[in-house]
Write a protein that binds this ligand. Structure first.
Ligand code: ADP
Length: 739
């Protein structure tokens, strides 16, 4: 094996210090695949008196091993490296060596083109007892079903192993923000539990490194990092991701110093190969923990990672199972209930339970039904308007609504996050779920803001409480995110509601069709029956009149014959009324301009012949024109005015008042009398076919007139209703649309 020729004339081979640095509690040599030393930390000489940093560059590892290693067979490391089949040295790390009478660990690792040999002091002497302790502690740690308790147990174990002043479990959210969710510490230290950190506190590249290298020791924040020396042409090719000794970024050092932390150690917690969190340990004086002890802590982290993965999956499954169960119940209610609203909102299992929301609203058939904490009705209406204007159809979700919909800022405390499904775009029918702003929740939960003081300084004042302020600013207006399971569950519900609506719509259509048929049959039936009855009745009347004319008929018999004639008349009247009623449906509808004044006057004239109505005063006010079918509207006014006269003619100074007025897009007519009146609980019945009230027994009538009126009004898309007081009189109100 030949060493590289060093020539100071060759710029590329000139040894230089490169930006890469290491922490000075150990030293580093890096060799290439041929075993030639290409990098060395300039503090190597401190550890090995025989060392001269630059002259070793380019030498073969076999040639220089004896400088560092005195207790291992010659060529031990060169054999390891040159015969290395894999790039993984986990099985042999750390190699224990003696260097100038000091016990040292050598930690080997491979980086793309090189092998790293890191030399660190070895200080632990109690592995046996620690390992023993661990073997009983781990089952105990895992026995905890509750995740937070499990994390607290882990923090306690790690603190027992490494003896740091503070051990925290720090969890990352998807967005990169973090939270301290478990902590054990010296009593005199202020708690960090519950504090939140912005994603920027641990930048993405740092988080990526935590995934590659599962433990990280910062031995002493005040230590001056040692430079690496290499040849100029290699200066940019060094990747220290796997290095134990890799120096710390100045910003992170400052961050730790601001907290008064002198040493920091972390163990990564992974979930599905992603960084779930960290076991973050702080000591307030420099504290070195050697590789072997770090590995024990790493093992605890790995056990915890496995436990979290298991528990998280279990929790996810449980949650998803819960959504399914509630969905199944809602689906059953949807099938069984006549009302979609009742099925989705009236029971213990309602739309709230198919996702994790703190509020929900069903906007259906022009109605809002809210559950839990939601924005106000007006805010929801505006939100729906926005959803439809922005074409957020199908489904839409956001965990930072105010950023997309600024008007949402006012209700972010209940709905910084929304998930919506559209039932009908045209009818503005939606289900919307809400999640509150995280910050709002945490502030309500208490502690962090109490001690929050924000000074005007910038990066140099990075500290936990200030981090909380920065975090608070970053997460303002955001909610917990919507999980895939929640979105799936919402979409499943959407499908179910739509298919129920479809089934119900088909059933209603079918019923309508049948009803129409039945009505038509009934109309035809009443028409034919009435028509057929008219002939025999007319015959009865005629025969009775003929008999009456006989001179020798007894007076009793004459009276009976008169009664027969009267009954035949009444029967005729009824048959005519029924015919009229059935005719409304078959009558071809004509839409004309109607001079109401003329009609009313004609009717009054007409009525004066029918009733002995000379004592009834009729007052006619304004009579605005109407549009509709002239024959039908004539019937309406005829029936109503006729009733008013009929049912008031026995009162003292009977008075009927007819008046119309235009009100916006409508014309309102009132027909008022001071007659016998209608009992309040009868007001709904008067429009039913053949219904006559108790107090009209002595007054002639068929009970069909108002049913005809109602049917005609419906045909005109107009409304009719009555107000009345027994013995005082009645008022009938009619509203027609103006075209
Ligand atoms: P009828 O031929 O009996 O008048 P209607 O269908 O016109 O039949 O009215 C139904 C019932 O409503 C009447 O029998 C009467 O009891 C009540 N009614 C209608 N109009 C009046 C009114 N102006 N005053 C009191 N009762 C009325």
């Amino acid at each position: 094996m030949s060493s590289l020729p060093i020539s100071h004339n060759n710029c590329d081979l000139e040894p230089i210090h490169i930006p890469g640095k290491i922490q000075p509690h150990g030293f580093l040599i890096i060799v290439d695949h041929n075993g030639l030393l290409q990098f060395i930390s300039d503090n190597a000489k401190v550890f090995a008196s025989k060392n001269n940093d630059t002259f070793l560059l380019g030498k073969s590892i076999a040639d220089i091993e004896n400088i560092f290693v005195i207790n291992l067979p010659a060529g031990y490391f060169s054999a390891l490296i040159l015969n290395s089949k894999s790039e993984n040295f986990d099985d042999i790390n750390p190699v224990k060596i003696k260097l100038d009478e000091h016990d040292m660990h050598v930690i080997l690792s491979a980086s793309s083109n090189y092998y790293l040999l890191e030399f660190e002091p070895m200080v632990s002497t109690q592995y046996a007892s620690i390992n023993k302790r661990l073997s009983s502690a781990i089952p105990q740690m895992l026995a905890e079903k509750n995740l937070i308790k499990l994390l607290e147990n882990t923090a306690t174990e790690v603190r027992n192993i490494i003896g740091y002043d503070r051990v925290m479990i720090y969890r990352f959210e998807k967005s990169g923000h973090g939270e301290v969710i478990a902590e054990v510490k010296n009593d005199d230290l202020e708690p960090f539990l519950g504090l939140h950190y912005p994603a920027t506190d641990i930048p993405k590249q740092a988080r990526d490194l935590y995934k590659i290298s599962l433990t990280r020791l910062i031995n002493d924040v005040d230590a001056i990092a040692a430079d690496l020396i290499t040849y100029k042409n290699l200066a940019t090719q060094l990747d220290l991701s796997f290095s134990q000794l890799r120096a710390v970024s100045p910003i992170h050092i400052q961050y730790l110093k601001n907290m008064g932390v002198a040493s920091s150690f972390s163990v990564s917690i992974l979930y599905n190969d992603e960084l779930w969190g960290l076991i973050a340990c702080h000591n307030y004086t420099p504290k070195f923990i050697d590789f072997e002890l770090r590995e024990v802590a790493k093992l605890v982290g790995q056990v915890l990672s496995a436990a979290i993965t298991f528990r998280q999956e279990e929790a996810d499954q449980q949650q998803s199972h819960g959504f399914h169960i509630n969905f199944d119940k809602l689906s059953k209610y949807l099938q069984g209930d006549n009302s979609i609203e009742d099925a989705l909102t009236k029971r213990l299992e309602n739309i709230m339970q198919v996702v994790n929301a703190s509020g929900a609203v069903l906007c259906f058939e022009n109605k809002l039904v809210t559950l839990g904490n939601t924005p106000t009705d007006a805010e929801i209406h505006n939100l729906i308007k926005w959803l439809s204007e922005e074409n957020k159809h199908g489904h839409f979700y956001s965990s930072s609504l105010p950023a997309e919909y600024p008007a949402g800022e006012v209700f972010k405390n209940v709905g910084a996050g929304i998930l919506s499904i559209t039932l009908s775009k045209e009818l503005n029918e939606y289900v919307i779920w809400f999640k509150p702003e995280i910050l709002h929740e945490i502030i309500w939960a208490g502690n962090p803001t109490k001690t929050l003081t924000v000074s005007g300084n910038n990066v140099l004042t990075l500290a936990p409480r200030l981090s909380f302020a920065a975090w608070a600013e970053q997460v303002s207006g955001t909610s917990e995110s919507w999980t895939i399971d929640e979105i799936k569950s919402a979409l499943r519900l959407k499908d179910e509601i739509l298919s129920t609506l479809h089934v119900k719509a088909s059933a209603t259509r079918l019923l309508n069709e049948r009803l129409k048929q039945a009505y038509e049959e009934l109309d035809t039936f009443s028409f034919t029956v009435s028509h057929d009855l008219k002939t025999p009745i007319t015959a009865i009347k005629a025969y009775s009149q003929l008999l009456e004319l006989e001179s020798d008929i007894a007076s009793d018999s004459k009276m009976i014959l008169q009664r027969i004639g009267n009954r035949a008349d009444k029967m005729n009247l009824m048959i005519n009324a029924v015919l009229e009623y059935s005719r409304i449906s078959r009558h071809p509808f004509q839409y004309n301009y109607i001079n109401t004044e003329i009609i009313i006057k004609e009717i009054i004239e007409d009525l004066s012949h029918v009733f002995n109505a000379c004592n009834v005063k009729i007052k006619i006010g304004e009579t605005p024109a109407l549009q509709g079918d002239p024959v039908m509207l004539w019937q309406v006014f005829h029936n109503l005015i006729g009733n008013a006269v009929k049912y008031s003619q026995n009162s003292n100074s009977p008075l009927v008042q007819i008046e119309g007025k235009i009100s916006g897009t409508q014309v309102l007519y009132t027909i008022k009398d001071n007659g016998i009146g209608i009992a309040e609980n009868d007001l709904d019945n008067i429009f039913l076919l053949f219904s006559r009230m108790e107090n009209v027994k002595d007054i002639e009538g068929t009970g069909i007139g108002l049913a005809i009126v109602k049917k005609i009004m419906q045909k005109h898309n107009a409304r009719i209703w009555a107000e009345s007081e027994l013995g005082k009189g009645s008022t009938f109100f009619l509203t027609f649309n103006r075209k």
